[in-house]
Every structure is written in C-alpha cells, then in structure tokens.
Design a protein around this ligand. Structure first.
Ligand code: GLN
Length: 197
C-alpha cells in the first residue's frame, strides 16, 4: 500500500507521521511518500491533501503541474482525503472569500464551502466530534477552519458541529474541515487506509 501526501505546502509531515503510525498499528505493509511530481501520483493507492492555505496550495498544484493527474486518478477511483484547506480544494463551490483569493478548486465533491467560517474569536479551537462510520468523540482540532455549507449529489454528511457540516464523503473522496493529523487519535487515518484495501 502506498499513500501520497501532497507536499507543496501545509501540514505535510504531520500527515505522513500519522499515516505511518496508523500503518504500524494496523500491521499494514505500506509506504508514505511526498507528492511533488505528477509522475508519482499514479503509483499511489491514496492521496492526502493537507491543511495549510488553500489559495497557496491551489497555486502550487498548478505550478507543479499536478492538477490534471490528481483529477485523472480521482476519476479512476484513487482514495483522496482533504483536511481543512484540503477540504476546500475538494469542493465544487466556494464562497466569496474563496473566489476573492483566486483559488482554483479541484471540484471533486459536490459540496460548497465557506472559508474561515468559524469567525475570529473562534479561529482555533478543539472540540470532540462524532464521525459517522469512523467513531465517536474524536478530538477535532479546528484551525481557521472552513465550513461545508451544503452537500449535493452523492455527497454524504459524516459529521456536524451544531448545524454546520464538518465532514463529508463521496465514494473515494473524504473531506473534513479539522485536522485529524494533529491528534494522537488515528481513527480517521485508519478509516482512510481501510478504504484502500
Ligand atoms: N483558513 C485556511 C484556508 O482558507 C485553512 C486553514 C487550515 O488549513 N488550517 O485555506
């Protein structure tokens, strides 16, 4: 099993370490690699798009010529997980803040997102969340997190915080607005790896 972490900007190392730890825990024979070249994408069974700055990641995806390969492989069924900024990039529609930043979305999931939706005073916070099919009371670390403002066509809501959608899944695509890689809890990575089997 080979998992790639898009390594252009953001929480790359944290995702690599969480994935490696999860592989160990599950006794899986696997490898985690940094993705910066389009040629290495087809070798992967899964791809993680980490948190960071969605506008920057989108710009670098194009600078490194990765967009087409990511879209092609997603179409072929490669497992993709986007966290925080990564979840913004998976969306089909962004709010005004996304538009203003010239972010080019990958549009792999039929969902709309609002950038920095949790406002100033709650810019960063931690809250336990329940994730359908993954587990209860998962420590959700929200750092200038977006919100998922709507899910359409085949896109399933996995979790809500009060009335706000914070995680969704559409077949081989998984999006969450928080940072599972910043906790010692590996249940999200476990779920993601199980989907690759
Ligand atoms: N606010 C960031 C953005 O809009 C996301 C923050 C994060 O990934 N921690 O891209």
């Amino acid at each position: 099993m080979k998992v790639g972490v898009l390594a252009v900007q953001g929480a790359v190392v944290e995702h690599m370490e969480s994935t490696e730890k999860t592989m160990d825990e599950l006794g899986l024979d696997g490898e985690v690699v940094r993705i910066r070249k389009r040629g290495s994408i087809p070798d992967c069974d899964g791809l993680i798009i980490p948190g960071g700055e969605s506008s920057t990641i989108s710009r670098l995806i194009d600078k490194f010529g990765l967009r087409e390969k990511i879209l092609e492989e997603a179409e072929e069924g490669m497992q993709i997980m986007g966290t925080c900024a990564g979840s913004i990039l998976l969306a089909s529609e962004g709010d005004e803040a996304v538009e203003r930043s010239d972010t080019k979305l990958l549009k792999l999931m039929d969902m709309s997102v609002e950038r920095n939706a949790f406002g100033r005073q709650k810019k960063s916070f931690e809250k336990q969340v329940d994730l359908d099919g993954i587990g209860r009371e998962f420590p959700g670390v929200f750092i200038r997190a977006p919100a998922i403002t709507g899910c359409g066509n085949g896109c399933r809501v996995l979790s809500k915080l009060e009335d706000t959608i914070i995680a969704a899944e559409d077949e081989n695509k998984l999006a969450m607005v928080f940072h599972p890689e910043l906790t010692g809890d590996t249940r999200v990575h476990e779920y993601f790896l199980e989907k690759m089997k």
